[in-house]
Design a protein around this ligand. Structure first.
Ligand SMILES: [Zn+2]
Length: 140
């Protein structure tokens, strides 16, 4: 199911009217972070399940950048019931944010983001980082 008009408007506002991945200001599309399986979803995606991405980045999240998108929280595994547990990285801001159901993107430290990711995905997240050549903060 598609995002409601108000969720999409609020998502764009939260993300500064820019693509969360590349910072582009044009051609923005709704990214449903939780991959939707066959048959789609019964309810429209919530704001913490949404990102503004340009058409290029949205397409690449489904193709060559799929693993990057998981590493950076632009995509969320379907089985994750609460997408607010998965933070998102905004490269153009060089920072991580926790996406809340109230529609905020709260800046968090990279170590906190890594802890949240490991809490959800365990060692698999480290493995994805390694695969795409992304350095992860050390455990504390
Ligand atoms: Zn983009």
């Amino acid at each position: 199911m598609r995002a409601t008009t108000s969720t999409w408007r609020d998502t764009k506002e939260r993300d500064g009217d820019r693509c969360a991945a590349c910072g582009a200001r044009v051609g923005l599309t709704h990214q449903h972070r939780r991959a939707v399986g066959m048959g789609g979803s019964k309810t429209p995606p919530s704001i913490e399940d949404s990102l503004a991405l340009c058409g290029d980045c949205n397409g690449r999240c489904e193709s060559d950048l799929q693993k990057y998108a998981l590493v950076f929280g632009w995509k969320v595994r379907r089985w994750v019931k609460d997408p607010s547990r998965v933070p998102a990285f905004y490269p153009h801001l060089w920072g991580w944010a926790r996406l809340t159901p109230a529609g905020a993107a709260l800046p968090i430290h990279a170590a906190e983001a890594a802890a949240m990711m490991r809490d959800v995905y365990g060692e698999e997240w480290n493995a994805w980082c390694k695969e795409v050549g992304v350095q992860t903060p050390e455990r504390r």
